[in-house]
Design a protein around this ligand. Sequence first.
Ligand code: COA
Length: 464
Amino acid sequence: MAAGVDDIAIYIPRLYLDATDFAEARGLDPVKLQKGLGVSQMSIVDSNQDPACLAANACLKIMQKNKLSPEDIGRLYVSTESAFDESKAMNSYVIGMLEQVYGQGAFEHCGGVETKFACVSGSYALYDNTNWIRAGEAEGKAALVVVSDIAKYDMGSSGEMTQGAGAVVMLLNDNPRLLAFDPKVTATSIKDEYDFYRPFGKETPIVHGQYSNLLYMIQVRKALEAYKKKVISSGLIKIEPGETILDHMDYIHMHLPYSNMGKKALAYLVRHEWRQLPRWKRILQEIGMEEPVPKDPRGTIESVLSDEEFMAKDHEFTKLFSKTPEYQEVYESKLASSLIASTMIGNLYTASLYLGFRSSLEFEYQKGINLDGKRVGFGSYGSGSSAMVFSGVIQPEYEQVVKDMNLEVEVGQRRKLTWDEYEKLHENKLRPDQSMVHSKKEFVLVEVNTEIETRGERRYIFNE
Ligand code: COA
C-alpha cells in the first residue's frame, strides 16, 4: 500500500529580524550571515505565540485548504524540541485550539503523541504514521504530522545568528498526491552525544556548534550507508559499477539549521560517495590538491576539530570541491531550491528539513521541470544524536498541489523588528497582550497561569 505526503502547509510568524541589522548590532560583517551562513532574515515569534500556536495555525491552514473535517483525521502528531511542558503533550494544546474552531470534542477520536529527538523527531513521526497507514490501521483516515519549533539561542552567542521559528504540517494518507515514501529502506543511526541539548527549565540550548556540524555530517553519512544496504537488499535501486546511491536521488534534502549547512552537508556526503569511484581521479585533478587526512584518522571528533592544520586544509579542499562543475551540477539540480525558504525564514529546527522540501517543490516546479516520478532523498539529523535517511517518489498528481504553492503569499506580510523590539521579545519582557502585531484568523496565546494550583496552564483564543 502506498503511503506518504498528500499536502503540506506552513505557518511562519509575522515578525522577522533582518540579517544586516543583526550584524550591525553585533558588530559582525553582514556578509558572514548572508554569504557565510546563508541567512537573510530570521522569523521571530510575537509575545502572544508559542510553538503550540504555530502548530495549530499550520494545522488549521491544511484542514481548511483541503476542506477536511476532524472525522477525516485519525492521528495528530506534534514533533518539537521547544516543549514547554514536561508531561502534557503539545498535541493536547493543538487539539484544544482546533476544537475552538471545529467544536468541543471534535478530535476526541484522534490519537497521537508529542515526539522529541531534537531536529530529527519529525522524521520519526512521519515514519511511524506512514507505517500506521501501511499497516491498514488508518481505516481510510489521514494523519497530520506537524513539526513546530522556535530556534532561540542565548543573546550574544554564536548560535544567535541562526535563529528562526515556524511550523510545517504534512497530511499523510494512502493515496498521496505529493510523495509516496519508499518502503523498507528507511535507515537510522544513533549515538549518545552532547552536541546540542536543553536541560530542564532552560529556555535556550547549550550548543557546541562546530562539533554539532561535524557530528551531523558523520551521523547522516552512517545512516546513508545503512540506507544503501537496504536499498540494495530490497531491490529498490540497482547501483551499477561507477555509480553512487546519490546518482539515483533526483533531489536531496538536508537538515538546515541554516541554509549553507545543507550545502556543506551535501558536499560532505558527495565527497564520501565519490571517493570510491573512478570519477574521483578527475575531480582531484580539477581541485589540484590531495584530499587532506587528519593526523589521527581514527580519532575522535574533538581530535579532528583540534587538528588545526587538517581543519584549515580540509576547509580549503571543501571550498575547491564545492566549486567543481561536477559538484555545482549536483548542488544546483538536487539541493539549491530547497535552501530558498531557509534563507528568508531561518532555523526551524525539526521543521527545517520539511520547509526545505516545501521550498524545493515550489521552486523546481517554477523552473518548468516535470517532477512526476522523481526520487527525493532526505538526510535528517537531530542532536543528541540521531540521523535518518529515507526517500520517496513524487506522485503523478503532484501538480494539483504544487501549482498553487507560493511561499511569499503563504508566509504573508511580515514586519521587520527594530533591534530594541527584538531584545524585548528575546528577553520575554512583553506580555501576550502587548504583541507587536494583531493577526486575524489565527490562534494566539492569551495567558500562562502563574497561580500555584494552576501554574503553567495556557489559554489560547482564535482571533476573529
Ligand atoms: N564573510 C563571508 N563569510 C564569512 C565571514 C565573512 N566576513 N566570516 C565567516 N564567514 C563564513 C565562514 O568561513 C564559515 O563558512 P564555512 O562554514 O563555509 O567555513 C561561516 O561563515 C560560519 O563562520 P564560522 O566562523 O564557522 O561561524 P561561527 O563559529 O561563528 O558559528 C555556527 C557558526 C553555525 C557553528 C553557529 O552559528 C552555531 O552554533 N549555530 C547553531 C547551529 C545549530 O543549531 N546546530 C544544531 C544542530 S545541527
